[in-house]
Design a protein around this ligand. Structure first.
Ligand code: M6R
Length: 612
């Protein structure tokens, strides 16, 4: 959602904060702001991209200190205006604050503060927190900035990652977290705090994440970590594994395109050391300790949102067909609030690229509270969900920056396939059957390369339909979730209305939408349901729809019924989404570019959704 970066050290804070904000811009980009201590607080905010803020700060001048806080916003409370942008300030004690998350009881706190005479200038919950800290600040009675932040946070409910400065303590930065990610990077004589390691890694690789209810007071001489109740704690300093090149565009025009093309190598990394062909076994170190319990599990619930949910849907099919474990998928946001049944032997798997999605995190807490064994299928190393699950498997596909998830999807499907084989082989699957699928899995990256080679052709097909405002995506079996993913990709970056569904569902209503020339994308690979899909294609054709088929190499029959055919190499049906999704990702990418949209920063969206 929003991004936070803060700095205290000896270098000029301004370029460092601006550079950090640019790296975090993918988390939210409707407005941005910063405050720098320089004989008092200098504050600037701007609607629009970080570059607008950068120009404004350059023109204003005076932002020359070495302590500052900065923010890039994705609006939750209040519209996109300069007044609602962060930092927010109080009207009494020289406080400035940047905040990610939502203060849920902000309305009642605001009423109390208004009665005390405070005057608000924004519609945000964050300004309420700034005023509350300002109201409680009383250094003469022991309430310095650190103690005051602790007190204020005990009064609020909801989620927060905050960075706070005070004009009366020009050498102190206080940061805290509950529910929204935040980490402290440790440099030499300097600290960089950020909501995401990508804003830290250019400066240091030593860092520690804050846990919920942690407060850190930072000065140039050191730091102190405590809870909101002021109990001292010792942070776990670790090495950030992120490489700077991984978060750079590296010659690509957009992160989304880069990440689509990274998929073959990303999957090679994902598989490395995990496929033991000789034994026909998948080796997943993160699950090993729980293997006996997992093998005996009676039900698996996969929970996620968005693209991760589509991957989880494929996981459900894999687990039931190959590992023979009853499985189901549930939106994390629904699971959390509907009193789910967790019995003995229920395993809950949270699937998330960022490991920070608030809905998925809340579902995980619910599952753990009800006694489930909780696993994670996560990309971001050290993220909150990865730390809070009992065990799990990392995707190892590298950081994903593009808001539209691509390589994380294939990584999630790949990991869920390996988890399935890990269990299936220990249950009923023969060494030979498992080894056969592992060989196929290993061959996926090379086959993906062949799909990517068709990029220019896929662009030319997309171009033909670019003025169409309604698309359908249809598939069956393992490729029903792929159809949903294709539709999600198209709508989120090109703003074309698209729906994805099981191909057979079309005739139960959506068929009414089909008119002359409507693009209907069929995933018609050579699988067990190929003939049925062909019948559905005929239903579309006879109503004037234009069929774009994703089909298996060598299929000539499909050419007679589809206007356009995008071929993928032959592959075992359970693994087919790993290939069939790639042309859909490229179609969505080209549609967005052809329509002139900012692919990496689609409107109203943010990379990581850290509010429920
Ligand atoms: O970080 P997560 O995988 O938990 O994110 C879940 C969804 O917010 C995410 O997949 C979203 O749907 C993407 N924008 C899809 O491209």
């Amino acid at each position: 959602m929003c991004g936070i970066v803060a700095y205290i050290g000896t270098k000029p804070a301004r370029p460092l904060l601006i550079e950090g904000l640019k790296r975090l811009e993918y988390r939210g980009y409707d407005s941005a702001g910063l405050a720098i201590m320089n004989g008092g607080l200098h504050c600037a905010r701007a609607v629009g991209r970080v570059s607008v803020l950068e120009n404004k700060v350059d023109q204003l001048g005076g932002f020359d200190g070495s302590l500052g806080i900065a923010h890039t916003r994705w609006a939750t409370h209040g519209s996109v205006t300069e007044a609602n942008a962060h930092p927010h300030r109080d009207d009494k004690s020289g406080i400035a604050i940047v905040h990610n998350g939502i203060i849920e009881n902000y309305a009642s706190v605001r009423t109390l503060l208004t009665e005390k005479g405070h005057r608000f200038t924004s519609e945000t919950d964050t300004e309420v927190l700034a005023m509350l800290i300002g109201e409680l600040y009383d250094p003469a009675n022991g309430f310095d900035l650190e103690r005051t932040v602790q007190s204020a946070l005990r009064e609020v409910t909801g989620a927060y990652a905050i960075a706070v400065v005070c004009e009366h303590e020009p050498d102190t930065l206080v940061v805290a977290r509950k529910g929204s990610p935040l980490m402290v990077g440790i440099g030499s004589g300097e600290y960089i705090v950020a909501s995401d390691p990508s804003a830290i890694v250019a400066h240091t690789t030593q860092a520690f994440p804050l846990d919920d209810y942690n407060v850190v007071k930072l000065s140039r001489d050191g730091f102190r970590t405590s809870t909101v109740d002021n109990l001292p704690i010792t942070p776990k300093v670790t090495q950030l594994e992120l490489e700077l090149e991984e978060i750079e565009l590296g010659g690509y025009e957009h992160y989304m395109r880069k990440e689509i093309f990274e998929q073959p190598n990303a999957l090679r990394n994902c598989f490395r050391g995990r496929l033991d062909h000789k034994e026909g076994k998948v080796v997943l170190g993160g699950l090993q300790a729980y293997a006996p319990q997992l093998v005996r599990s009676r039900r698996i619930i996969l929970t996620a949102q968005g693209t991760a949910l589509h991957a989880a849907m494929i996981g459900e099919y894999l687990l039931e067909e190959l590992a023979k474990i009853p499985s189901e998928v549930e939106y994390a946001s629904e699971f959390r609030y509907r009193n789910p049944i967790i019995e003995d032997g229920t395993v809950v798997v949270a699937v998330s690229q960022s490991g920070e999605t608030a809905d998925t995190l809340a579902a995980l807490h619910e599952a753990k509270d009800r006694g489930a064994l909780a696993l994670g299928v996560i990309n971001a190393v050290g993220s909150t969900i990865s730390r809070e699950t009992h065990a799990g498997v990392y995707l190892r596909v590298g950081p994903e920056i593009g808001v539209a998830s691509t390589k994380a999807f294939t990584g999630q499907v790949a990991v869920l396939t390996m988890m399935t084989l890990f269990l299936a082989r220990r249950r009923f699957m023969s060494t030979e059957a498992s080894a056969r699928l592992m060989i196929e899995l290993d061959a996926i990256p090379e086959k993906m390369d062949r799909v990517l080679e068709q990029d220019a052709f896929i662009k030319s097909v997309t171009e033909k339909y670019i003025h169409r405002e309604n698309w359908l995506f249809l598939g069956r079996g393992y490729n029903y979730p792929t159809a949903m993913e294709g539709a999600l990709k198209l709508k989120e970056i090109s703003y074309i209305h698209a729906e994805g569904m099981p191909a057979a569902e079309m005739k139960h209503g959506p068929i009414a939408l089909i008119d002359e020339g409507m693009p209907v994308v069929f995933i018609a690979n050579k699988g067990p349901q190929y003939d049925k899909v062909m019948s559905n294609i005929e239903e579309v054709r006879s109503r004037g729809g234009h069929v774009i088929a994703v089909a298996t190499e060598g299929d000539q029959a499909i050419k007679h019924v589809a206007e356009d055919v995008l071929y993928v190499p032959e592959v075992a049906d359970p693994l087919s989404p790993l290939l069939t999704v790639v042309p859909l990702q490229l179609m969505a990418y080209h549609a967005a570019v052809l329509r002139g949209h900012d692919v990496d920063k689609p409107r109203n969206l943010a990379k990581s959704v850290t509010v429920e």
